[in-house]
Write a protein that binds this ligand. Structure first.
Ligand code: ADP
Length: 447
């Protein structure tokens, strides 16, 4: 086991990793930008190193500074969290080349899944079902037209290097295909530096359902069930649940078996998430994330597992030590992402937190690095807290989340708490009757 880990991240996720390290008796090194000198992860870590100015490219993405910090503090491993360098295969490779352990999968697997066309062809070959679409990269507009006719409009043209909901264009009918092709390729080239695109049928009422997996270095892979992340705005998740209101235990076991067999054949290590669109009883793979996800706590609550502890153990070369039949599911969990944003316009709202009071009580978990007097910097992601509840049933979890959000006091900045309250009170949400398009329509309704 490691004796010291450097956490190459900030905010709530840096704290999340730090907590797992503490419980394992591992010393922690925080890295931070000059804007984060007073951040909670810096205060709580055993050591802290300033790695640059506020802009992420000069600090949290500054590979040389992060590796120097690891070397001078004698850290043996680096946990990347999510975002920043977590899915950067070159970073994982450089970390290992310096004799340190990257807490995550191999650079080869990160690279493979980072390219969505390769990810899809790899998964298809391993028996995982896909969204109908092109067989790999589209070579020409003519090919786009032909494939679109075959799968039927509407279709989506997507960048193989895309991410964060960018690099996707819908063509509703044949008259829109040329524009979608041109716009998607131009965006792919300018934003991601790679203009390769592929085509998928645009599903009209899917749910976004993803499976959490863990693998060790010896070919053992287990899954921890699904998360329903259909509540999205501009392809960004806002509220997640485990399990999905739409999935039966049999369906979970079925897709879980397909996925664990595929990843075991690949020799996949550490944590990973396979994202699917689910419609008319069919799971269609869209992409794999080779890292810990923001919404991992809902899985932790229903499976009673510490996923970060597991990541660290597995990276240190330990075996999983349990099999699929040891993974059990209990109750229902919901996570609300609290962003420092105006709840109606979604404009970011950085500033000083004048009063902070976190909710508590049975089945309530807060993952946040906020405190009274903390200044939310304008340079980074606007997510400032996650409220997670766990209860025996979905109805009780909804009531518990309502109660927790009523207790939550964050003054001085605007947050999306009022929006979450409205979602929780909505009868359609309460019935679990929603798709990936539901939240956009809901936020457009007058209230
Ligand atoms: P990113 O890496 O940018 O997040 P994804 O491929 O994961 O891109 O897709 C993000 C979101 O876009 C999905 O969660 C879903 O809401 C929507 N989406 C992606 N593919 C399709 C599709 N074929 N049909 C309908 N919606 C889609």
């Amino acid at each position: 086991m490691f004796s010291k880990i450097l956490i190459a991240n900030r905010g709530e996720i840096a704290l999340r990793v730090l907590r797992a390290c503490r419980e394992l008796g591992i010393k922690t090194v925080a890295v931070h930008s000059t804007a984060d000198e007073d951040a909670m992860h810096v205060r709580l870590a055993d050591e802290a190193v300033c790695i640059g100015p506020p802009a992420a490219r000069d600090s949290y993405l500054n590979v040389a500074a992060i590796l120097s910090a690891a070397t001078i503090t004698g850290a043996e491993a680096i946990h990347p969290g999510y975002g920043f360098l977590s899915e950067n295969a070159d970073f994982a490779e450089t970390v290992e080349a310096h004799g340190l352990t990257f807490i995550g999968p191999t650079a080869e697997h990160i690279r493979m899944m980072g390219d969505k066309i390769t990810a899809k062809t790899t998964m298809e070959a391993l028996g995982v079902p896909l969204v109908p679409g092109s067989d790999g990269e589209l070579k020409s507009l003519d090919e786009a037209r032909t494939v679109a006719e075959q799968v039927g409009y509407p279709v989506l043209i997507k960048a193989t290097a895309g991410g964060g909901g960018r690099g996707m264009k819908v063509a509703r009918d044949a008259s829109e295909i040329e524009e979608a092709w041109t716009v998607a390729r131009t965006e792919a080239r300018t934003v991601f530096g790679n203009d390769a695109v592929y085509l998928e049928k645009y599903l009209d009422k899917p749910r976004h359902i993803e499976l959490q997996i863990l693998g060790d270095n010896y070919g053992n892979v287990v899954h921890f069930g699904e998360r329903d992340c259909s509540l999205q705005r501009r392809h960004q998740k806002l509220l997640e649940e485990a399990g999905s209101p739409a999935i039966t235990p049999d369906q979970r076991n079925g897709i879980g078996k397909t996925v664990t067999e595929a990843l075991s054949k690949m020799g996949y290590r550490n944590a990973g998430t396979l994202e699917f669109l689910y419609q008319d009883g069919q799971f269609c793979f869209i992409e794999m994330n080779t890292r810990l996800q923001v919404e991992h706590p809902v899985t932790e609550m229903v499976c009673d597992v510490d996923l970060v502890r597991e990541q660290i153990r597995l990276a240190a070369g330990e075996k999983l030590g349990y099999t699929q039949s040891d993974v059990t599911f209990s109750g229902h969990a919901i996570e609300c992402r609290i962003n420092a944003e105006d709840p109606d316009t979604f404009a970011p709202c950085p500033g000083t937190v004048a009063v902070y009071h976190a909710p508590g009580g049975l089945g309530v978990r807060i993952d946040s690095a906020l405190y009274t007097g903390y200044k939310v910097p304008p340079y980074y992601d606007s997510m400032i807290a996650k409220v997670i509840v766990h209860a025996p049933t979905r109805d009780q979890a909804i009531a518990r989340m309502h109660r927790a959000l009523d207790e939550f006091v964050v003054e001085g900045i605007k947050t999306v708490i009022p929006l979450h309250r409205r979602i929780l009170a909505d009868p359609e949400f309460q019935k679990g009757d929603y798709t990936i398009h539901w939240l956009e329509q809901f936020t457009a309704r007058p209230h």
